[in-house]
Design a protein around this ligand. Structure first.
Ligand code: NAD
Ligand code: LMR
Length: 335
């Protein structure tokens, strides 16, 4: 039995993400939680003739914790796209004040009701909200670093698409699986174009074009925020990306292991995490390719950091910025 819960299911990301999950034949139960509008979303999705049984949960008041508990009980996988999105002129860090407490309270619910679940964090700023989830789970004595994933998949999706757009007659986005490491905001996003399938195309670009491409991936979120002009940030591409990671984890439950990039806690219990940590100046969190099996993250593929010599400077900048973002999230729970 696979039960997936979406926290923030009535939102711009939550709705299309829930639709994609409803279409997955491996999902037996789809549980939708939000503080507004979720009964309507649930009723709508429940008419789709796929097997996933769909339920929605709306708290009756701010104090009501039962709805969240009921939504979460028995979940194998929880996805969190709850929280406010950016408007033009804002950074992801500007969302911290509102989203930090939303994510903390939802994590407390996970600790109490679904402590063994895989947790996928979409809410921004990811570089800080992932440490918030980890610290909340630690406080409750239920933290498993192998099951916590900061969702950076949209950066990979963009990196593949934007490179293919530069070679319209030679390449398609699906030809690539660019490893994007670091974090999920501006210069903490580091696409490693110089390694893997992307290398032979990337090498054809001038230094200026390479710079423009990297900048586009790092600030791809801004393109959408500006185009939506006050009506939010990426939702459809994010739902696709979030689903892609969720599907990979669900697949790893029943068949072979998969490799995906994610922003993870570099805990020494994970194979390769200690080696990775040394390469990123002892940061506790970093996005890297990881091997995922039935019980979660089995191995961190840190070698890519040694291979990517061309991106050394970009990595140094990312590491410096991430230090502050991570500390901010940890301090929010520890204070
Ligand atoms: P949205 O405003 O459309 O939806 C957010 C939903 O969260 C709303 O339905 C709201 O009611 C709900 N919500 C608020 N507080 C809640 C709570 N305490 N419990 C449950 N639900 C709650 O926003 P969106 O466009 O869906 O974006 C959601 C978040 O995802 C934002 O923080 C955004 O920055 C982030 N995001 C991350 C990525 C990424 O790559 N990781 C990409 C895009 C957006
Ligand atoms: C994105 O990368 O699209 C998201 O993080 C949303 C944003 O604020 O840009």
């Amino acid at each position: 039995m696979v039960k997936v819960t979406v926290l923030g299911a009535a939102g711009g990301i939550g709705q299309p993400l829930s639709l994609l999950l409803k279409l997955n034949p491996k999902v037996d139960e789809l549980s939708l939680f939000d503080v507004v509008n979720v009964p309507g979303v649930g009723a709508d999705l429940s008419h789709i003739s796929t097997d996933a049984k769909t339920d929605s949960f709306l708290p009756s008041s701010k104090e009501d914790k039962t709805a969240l508990g009921n939504a979460l009980k028995g979940s194998n996988l929880v996805v969190i796209p709850a929280g406010v999105p950016r408007k033009p002129g804002m950074t992801r860090d500007d969302l911290f004040n509102i989203n930090a407490s939303i994510v903390r309270d939802l994590s407390q619910g996970i600790a109490e009701n679904a402590p063994d679940a895989f947790v996928l964090v979409i809410s921004n700023p990811v570089n800080s909200t992932v440490p918030i989830v980890a610290e909340t789970l630690k406080k409750n004595g239920v933290f498993n670093p192998k099951k916590l994933f900061g969702v950076t998949t949209l950066d990979i999706v963009r990196a593949n698409t934007f490179l293919a757009q530069l070679f319209p007659s030679e390449a398609k986005p699906t030809d690539f699986n660019v490893r994007v490491v670091g974090g999920h905001s501006g210069e903490t996003i580091v696409p490693l174009y110089s390694v893997g399938e992307s290398k032979k195309f990337y090498e054809k670009l001038s230094a200026e074009k390479k710079k423009e491409l990297i900048h586009r991936v790092q600030f791809g979120g801004d393109e959408v925020v500006q185009a939506k002009n006050g009506a939010g940030s990426a939702t459809l591409s994010m739902a696709y990306a979030g689903y892609k990671l969720a599907e990979a984890i669900i697949t790893a439950q029943s068949s072979s292991s998969v490799v995906e990039c994610t922003f993870l806690n570099l805990d020494s219990s994970i194979k390769g995490a200690a080696e990775a940590k040394k390469l990123v100046k002892d940061l506790e969190y970093f996005s890297l390719p990881v091997k995922i099996g039935a019980n979660g993250i089995e191995e961190v593929k840190y070698d890519i950091l040694n291979e990517a010599t061309e991106e050394k400077q970009l990595l140094d900048v990312a590491i410096d910025q991430l230090t502050k973002n991570i500390e901010k999230g940890v301090a929010f729970i520890k204070k």
